[in-house]
Ligand binder design. Sequence first.
Ligand code: UDP
Length: 140
Amino acid sequence: MTIERTLSIIKPNAVKKQLIGEIVTRINQAKLNIVALKMLRLTKEQAEGFYAEHQGKSFFDKLVNFMISGPIVVQVLEGDNAIKRYRELMGPTDLSKATAGTLRADFADSMTENAVHGSDSLTSAEKEIAYFFVDSEIVG
Ligand code: UDP
């Protein structure tokens, strides 16, 4: 058993379409425990900082504008092999490559508006969780 934590974001398009409940249900069905959760609206600076590794890429401005277009839900998920398992539940970045039943296949509207985010490694999970939560907000 490798108990890990990962950061999940329900992106603005999914919040707008009232999919918070459905996505939370699927996370629970996948046996990932929610140990922290909040709704917030990113500032431009926060969105640019979160996606700093993509600065300079062709899709960066579009991505930042999308991420500040409405409220998001950020969660910390905990469980055995949580990082990889949540990435599998989400499906690939490009919805045209996603298998039915994954969050992105079912809820993405485009490559940018792809409904959810999940950390892709232990290092990024630690960094991304700390970007949104202080230790006392995580109820392990
Ligand atoms: N993205 C985009 N166009 C691209 C690649 C990525 O709009 O060609 C957006 C998309 O919302 C994606 C985010 O940028 O989720 C971060 O990209 P990354 O490659 O890190 O994908 P992820 O880890 O989210 O699957």
